[in-house]
Design a protein around this ligand. Sequence first.
Ligand code: NAP
Length: 244
Amino acid sequence: MLRKTVLITGATGGIGSALVKKFAEAGYNIIATYNNGDITHLQNICKKCEVDLQSVKIDFAKVGIAENMLTKVIADQPALQCVICNAGISLGEKMLIDTSLDEINSIINVNLTSVILCNKIAAKHFLGQKSGNIINIASIYGIYGGSCEAVYSASKAGVIGLSKALADELGPYVRVNAIAPGYIQTAMTEGYSEQEQAEIKNRTPLCRLGKPESVADAALFLSSDEASFITGQVLEVSGGAIKF
Ligand code: NAP
């Protein structure tokens, strides 16, 4: 029997690496996209788990090229069962009035337009095989909004809208869900000071910061048969936090 395959974008990052590890341990072959990161640790994880790794360098800021490359990668993948759109960027905290059009375009291209295109390509493939799972990594900022992260919040709200609409459109064959992480310890959030981290913990009902593995656990659950009646949902992995 063919092993299942999962495609994970942004696989080199904190959450992406945890996703690769979790799915490799569950026996999935991995297609990993990266941009400037190092894939050596992904190769080691997949070797240890005895699963295949296909790595593809794709820059999601260049949406047209990214669409063509993803189309080629996803074609001819008979065992592809899950696509996780995880690649994303943030400008850090910045007021909207100080944000340039170039910065707005770069966030929207990577966090939203590329996710829409990746969902489109995955949807076509999964409809053809009458099964499949799409999981989009959003953010609690896409639900509650984050002060000084307005464009990022808008991009993630777009990802949530996309996931809900597509779940309706692609049922009953394809499930589409989003995960909304809260504060997760990765490169994206390493700029927070000790004091800011203490404030975040104070505002989080579970009184701690999140680990990338918790997001990966949620993704593996959403991709599994145990979640076979779940679609169009946003699973918050945030320790209960709604605002930082
Ligand atoms: P991260 O460690 O900074 O990783 C980001 C990933 O996105 C990297 O693999 C990076 O690739 C990839 N990426 C960035 N720009 C790209 C581009 N132009 N083209 C292709 N790939 C690109 O961040 P993370 O914390 O793991 O975040 C993963 C996802 O979770 C993001 O969508 C983020 O918005 C979301 N999220 C994170 C948090 C958090 O607290 N960390 C909270 C809510 C939501 P390379 O490294 O190869 O360049």
